[in-house]
Design a binder for this molecule. Structure first.
Ligand SMILES: *[C@@H]1O[C@H](CO)[C@@H](O)[C@H](O)[C@H]1NC(C)=O
Ligand SMILES: *[C@@H]1O[C@H](CO)[C@@H](O)[C@H](O)[C@H]1NC(C)=O
Ligand SMILES: *[C@@H]1O[C@H](CO)[C@@H](O)[C@H](O)[C@H]1NC(C)=O
Ligand SMILES: *[C@@H]1O[C@H](CO)[C@@H](O)[C@H](O)[C@H]1NC(C)=O
Ligand SMILES: *[C@@H]1O[C@H](CO)[C@@H](O)[C@H](O)[C@H]1NC(C)=O
Ligand SMILES: *[C@@H]1O[C@H](CO)[C@@H](O)[C@H](O)[C@H]1NC(C)=O
Ligand SMILES: *[C@@H]1O[C@H](CO)[C@@H](O)[C@H](O)[C@H]1NC(C)=O
Ligand SMILES: *[C@@H]1O[C@H](CO)[C@@H](O)[C@H](O)[C@H]1NC(C)=O
Ligand SMILES: *[C@@H]1O[C@H](CO)[C@@H](O)[C@H](O)[C@H]1NC(C)=O
Ligand SMILES: *[C@@H]1O[C@H](CO)[C@@H](O)[C@H](O)[C@H]1NC(C)=O
Length: 831
């Protein structure tokens, strides 16, 4: 529905790519052109062999920008700290933007998150252009507050707003006739404001305090009346936790194609009152109003249309560092150069996964790359911007939250961007070394509320289990990584709502009981935390094994079976005596409490929700007992046994889908469509997963059923379209059929390309039902492979060709013997 710009920067892109040197895989050298840091450790692919020569051109940045997706559609480089984008007055403005044009634009701010809930995060340091002010068009008449200044966008004939976006670039035409364009480097945004012809007094508001929540305290702002430079900052509230953070900006202006000179009018403002010839907010009575900043009137271009560039450096250290970042990263205010360099990074990164689009609905191709794109918005690279301690290690932030992203985002990163994955892991380890705990949920240095267990564990373990041989070369210290995991597993956290686990009780009881109130954290989510802690311990056992720590490996593998302690084998589903056994809350004394299996589902008679603000004394977080009863990713074979064998298990999965218990918006449901694999019915997984895509995910602005959760949903969709599903911290992937005749993954650290090819691809059924999409047999590098249900990480280290023979018969199986079933802990475990 929304138009999105295509390939505008291709000329410049070719240029930037040609400039970038071929770097050795293990170096961390940065290359600079126009002051822009280019991605390191990349090897440009040979473009002649690419199906999609510019993968970034297939990204629709507006997917999920209405309907609660909270997707960020603005400008950033991959994993950029700066995310420059439009802010609106939508109630769903968590990422600033809303694609519904009834909402007014309130500014263009520099940080942001993607797809979150909580209170609006990081809409800091808005700029806003004014074409005229009031009847007399005077400085004093300018409406500087959000409510005073906000305006609508222009609306196109099809009813969508006149906005455009592509990786590294965003543009909009406001109803005031001003065109706004945004691009960025890692810590600096560059805005381009084109005023209507004959604008007499082009003006720009700099807003220091409106972060999206109006939470600021301790604001500072000073302006320079000769250069127009503004330096400022404040303290702001975190989005999903009790903490606060401090952030700073440094704003400079430049005429595009003319000498801007000194501003012709300047002043600080408070609310709707700009005061001419004031330099700092200390000259105003700031304790009465929490909206403040600077206002300038600039010289218009003597002839022709006035375009003014604004460069905003951002820092969590100081305003001076914000200025230094800006001067270093965008010294020349080169808008097109900055945009082309950002775009080149995106094209190279996204192009590492290539798909053959032949016979595939173009929307599916766009859905794939748009989803992949969103997996690189968070966590964000705040290296050198950590105010908490000094360290040469990378510093990443915006882990929002690990509970969302551990399942699929990092396994996808392992396939195509392990150098970034390694830096994120190093940053996480560094945080653990200074704070005692791995980051769990975090934004701008503030700890946010934990949703599940210690879900940094599966992320570190995913890295180590797959890259143990490359860890040294990637500067990931194995000992420190393992110590961080053991700290989660063994040490009682001072506050398990913000970090670590309720470890003492976990170790004594081997489950989290419902009726135990302890001082160090809340008594909530007991059942879901028991399941998460079990999985976390499984991932630690995998790392222990990889490190040759056999005793620890067995110990944590045994602890990972603790999910059985909250399995009540006697409970039946209301009205369905054939569906028996559920995860249930348990008391300290060992007896079970009762929670209706429909609790928090769409059929909950009490219509409860299982969000944090629901108190959750009934045990479950963002999921019902019926979906959580499927959540034992590491030992599905045991789960099948508990649920009465293959047929009962399949019947239960069918029931979950047919009765609407599958919840596409919350992560605990994510694996469920693929679980038929473990009951030797992979065709049913293929069909279910395709039905889920058809029903819930598309490229419309409402194409996400719920929050993107920092790219968690994007990574989930990308895996489903690739015909794969990962289990973190293992060396196996569940296998289905890709939506493409061929998909390949180029891994720059392994220096391999792995291709999955469907020999007899016949397209995809639109509704996900039926079709010649079921995997009948598999060959790897020309040899028959023993399973139709999973492939090994080996295929990615080897750079294999995986060939699938497809059939339209849904009754395919994994293969003839037990080794054809995907691994489970109780049936021999994972190699
Ligand atoms: C947009 O702003 C205008 C002018 O302030 C106001 O009348 C209108 O209600 C606003 N729209 C929304 C959705 O708030
Ligand atoms: C805005 O208007 C300009 C012409 O004034 C046009 O080129 C552009 O496509 C419009 N839309 C966006 C989003 O920039
Ligand atoms: C709280 O946690 C600390 C460790 O961080 C531990 O020393 C203390 O005993 C705990 N307090 C309670 C009441 O459990
Ligand atoms: C389930 O029922 C059996 C037989 O009545 C009983 O022995 C067992 O203790 C019950 N288990 C639970 C968890 O209530
Ligand atoms: C176990 O604890 C629960 C909750 O504290 C209590 O209601 C129940 O009576 C106890 N059962 C036994 C057998 O002690
Ligand atoms: C048992 O569960 C019910 C329903 O969720 C809850 O109201 C009650 O507080 C629980 N009992 C205890 C002792 O936690
Ligand atoms: C796109 O997905 C959304 C969210 O799941 C859904 O509400 C909408 O109906 C879908 N649109 C189309 C055209 O399929
Ligand atoms: C990567 O592999 C290609 C061939 O597959 C080889 O030519 C190249 O030298 C390798 N690069 C490195 C850095 O190992
Ligand atoms: C990967 O290569 C090794 C060594 O050539 C071989 O032993 C192994 O079977 C290969 N793995 C797969 C999955 O093909
Ligand atoms: C699958 O079903 C077809 C008929 O539709 C049948 O010919 C075939 O034998 C079945 N295969 C298996 C493995 O049951």
């Amino acid at each position: 529905m929304l138009s999105f710009a295509v390939s505008v920067a291709l000329g410049a892109l070719g240029c930037a790519l040609a400039l970038s040197p071929v770097l050795g895989i293990q170096t961390s050298v940065a290359f600079s052109t126009s002051g822009t840091t280019l991605a390191s450790a990349v090897q440009p692919a040979a473009s002649s062999s690419l199906f999609i020569p510019d993968a970034a051109s297939r990204v629709n940045v507006f997917v999920g920008t209405t309907n609660g997706g909270h997707v960020f559609p603005g400008a950033l480089i991959p994993q950029g700290m700066v995310k420059a984008g439009m802010d609106t007055d939508s109630p769903g403005n968590h990422a600033g933007y809303d694609a519904n044009p009834i909402f007014n634009v309130t500014g263009f701010s520099q940080l942001h998150d993607d797809g979150t809930g909580g209170a609006v995060p990081l809409s800091n340091f808005k700029l806003f252009p004014l074409a005229s002010c009031g009847k007399g068009n005077t400085f004093e008449e300018c409406q500087t507050s959000i409510d005073g200044r906000k305006v609508l966008r222009n609306v196109l004939d099809d009813g969508s707003p006149d906005d455009a976006g592509e990786p590294g670039y965003f543009a909009s035409n406001l109803s005031t006739g001003i065109r706004v364009e945004l691009t960025s480097t890692r810590r600096t945004a560059l805005h381009r404001y084109t005023f209507p012809a004959k604008t007499e007094f082009p003006r720009i508001v700099v807003d220091i305090t409106n972060d999206g929540q109006q939470s600021s305290t301790d604001p500072t702002m000073e302006l320079d009346e000769t250069t127009g430079r503004v330096k400022g900052g404040a303290r702001f509230a975190a989005s999903f936790g009790p903490g606060r953070y401090q952030a700073f900006a440094c704003v400079d202006f430049k005429g595009d194609g003319y000498d801007l000179g000194a501003p012709i009018e300047f002043g600080a403002w408070l609310g709707n009152f700009p005061v001419k010839n004031t330099w700092t907010i200390n000259q105003l009575y700031t304790s009465f109003v929490d909206e403040l900043g600077a206002l300038f009137t600039f010289n218009p271009k003597p002839e022709g249309v006035t375009t003014i560039l604004a460069r905003i450096g951002v820092s969590l250290i100081s305003a001076d560092q914000a200025c230094a970042n800006a001067e270093q990263e965008i010294p020349e205010f080169d808008f097109e150069g900055t945009r082309a360099a950002s775009r080149a990074q995106w094209s190279e990164l996204l192009g590492r996964i290539q798909i053959d689009p032949k016979g595939v609905d173009p929307e599916i191709v766009d859905l794939f790359y748009s989803s992949l794109y969103r997996t690189h918005l968070s966590p964000a690279d705040y290296t050198d911007e950590n105010p908490l301690w000094d360290s040469p290690e990378p510093y990443y932030d915006s882990f929002y939250c690990n509970w969302d992203t551990y399942r699929t985002l990092y396994p996808l990163m392992a396939l195509h961007d392990p150098a970034t994955f390694a830096r994120i892991v190093r940053g996480m380890i560094n945080i653990q070394q200074h704070e005692g705990w791995l980051p769990e949920c975090r934004g701008a240095t503030a700890k946010h509320y934990i949703q599940g267990g210690s879900n940094g564990d599966p992320i570190l373990a995913e890295f180590y289990v797959k890259f143990q041989e490359q860890a040294d070369a990637l500067s990931v210290p194995a000992d420190a990584l393992y110590n961080a995991l053991v700290a989660d597993a063994e040490q009682e956290s001072g506050n398990w709502d913000l970090q670590g686990r309720q470890a003492s009780t976990w170790k004594i009881l081997n489950y989290i009981p419902q009726d135990l109130f302890e001082r160090n954290g809340s008594n909530s989510k007991q059942v879901s935390r028991t399941l998460e802690y079990s999985f976390d311990d499984f991932t630690i056992s995998q790392v222990a094994k990889a490190l040759g720590k056999t005793a620890d490996g067995s110990k944590y593998a045994q602890r990972s079976e603790n999910y059985q302690n909250v399995w009540n084998a006697n409970l039946t589903f209301p009205g369905r005596s054939d569906i028996v056994g559920f995860m249930q809350p348990r008391f300290v004394n060992g007896t079970f409490n009762f929670t209706d299996p429909r609790h928090c589902s769409i059929h909950d008679p009490l219509q409860a929700t299982c969000f944090l603000n629901a108190q959750n004394h009934d045990g479950f977080y963002e999921g019902s007992p019926i979906t959580y009863s499927q959540y034992v990713p590491h030992d599905t074979a045991k789960l099948i046994e508990l649920q009465g064998g293959n047929q009962k298990f399949i019947d239960r999965l069918n029931f979950i889908f047919e009765e609407g218990y599958f919840d596409s918006t919350d992560e605990p449901s994510q694996q469920i469509p693929f679980m038929y694999h473990y009951a030797n019915r992979p065709g049913l997984s293929t069909q279910r997963s395709r039905q889920v895509i058809a029903q819930f995910f598309n490229t419309s602005t409402n194409g996400l059923p719920g929050n993107d959760d920092s790219g968690a949903m994007g990574s989930y969709v990308a895996f489903y379209l690739a015909g794969l599903y990962p289990l973190p911290a293992t060396r196996q992937f569940l296998l289905s059929s890709p939506y493409f005749p061929e998909i390949s993954f180029r891994n720059p650290v392994l220096n391999t390309t792995t291709t999955i090819r469907s020999i007899n691809f016949k397209g995809n059924p639109n509704d996900g039902t039926g079709g010649q999409v079921f995997v009948k047999s598999v060959k790897i590098d020309g040899k028959p492979w023993h399973s139709n249900c999973f492939i090994e990480w080996d295929t990615f280290t080897n750079g294999s060709l995986i060939e699938l023979q497809l059939t339209n018969e849904i009754n395919v199986s994994c293969g003839n013997d037990k080794s054809a079933l995907p691994p489970s802990l109780s049936t021999g475990g994972y190699n």
